[in-house]
Design a protein around this ligand. Structure first.
Ligand code: SAH
Length: 218
């Protein structure tokens, strides 16, 4: 089975350390099912002060990430992988992430992710190498790292071998246009609130019927 590879370009690679080391995704990386690498864009700046941003032409607020360091980072990734990964830039202007996008992206074997900072990235870099812009919702956060982690987690948990069985993600909310049923665990009675009787019945046909009825249509 060929590995699913992810190469992240960011000014804050350390943000990924914690998230990508814990939980099911962390385990999949340790087990070699997923090959995830983060690259510090600043390392690819030719500027003697390692600058990666500059003032916007035409004036305006804030700074813009310059094209060349990102381009160089991506060229390095291409060289290292020996393939050209599908490059996704996190952007509030992109298509909003949803289940259909996850189903499409998970079939690509090699992806790269560009995390913006400041006011964003020089448009010419986007035109030159970015394949697709993805948003996690119609609001703005300060950098692409948190959106990238949401995006990545949603994709990676559907890669074969990350969860114990495909049923684990196929039964979840949104996968088939439904929301999952409510969940209960021990104790049977908690502060006077009882677990629905049917779940204790041992009758699997009835339990499944309850689950599918209780899961709401979107
Ligand atoms: N000036 C931009 C916002 C820049 S925010 C605008 O108004 O459109 C800085 C970076 O954070 C962006 O380049 C992007 O990588 C990331 N970002 C912010 N909000 C995001 C969102 N909703 N989805 C994905 N990425 C986002």
């Amino acid at each position: 089975m060929s590995k699913f590879t992810v190469d992240v370009m960011t000014l804050f690679p350390e943000i990924f350390d914690l998230t990508m080391n814990i939980g099911v995704v962390g385990r999949a990386i340790r087990n070699g099912i997923i090959d995830l690498k983060c690259y510090q864009i600043r390392d690819f700046s030719n500027d003697k002060h390692k600058r990666v941003d500059d003032y916007p032409y035409g004036g305006g607020e804030g700074m813009i990430m310059t094209a060349e360091p990102i381009f160089q980072t991506f060229m390095h990734i291409k060289g290292t992988r020996g393939v050209s990964p599908y490059l996704i830039m996190m952007s509030p202007r992109g298509e909003v992430l949803d289940e259909n996008m996850i189903k499409r992206i998970r079939t690509l074997k090699n992806i790269s992710i560009l995390c913006g900072r400041y006011e964003g990235v020089d448009q010419r870099l986007i035109d030159e190498i970015v394949d697709e812009e993805v948003s996690i919702g119609n609001y703005v956060v300060s950098g692409g790292e948190l959106p990238a982690m949401v995006f990545l987690d949603s994709i990676l948990r559907t890669i074969d071998g990350v969860l114990s069985s495909p049923d684990c993600y196929k039964n979840e909310s949104h996968f088939d246009g439904k929301l999952e049923h409510s969940q209960y665990t021990r104790p049977r009675v908690w502060r006077g609130r009882k677990v629905p009787e049917v779940l204790l019945s041992g009758n699997h046909a009835k339990i499944n019927e309850w689950k599918s009825k209780q899961g709401k249509k979107l």
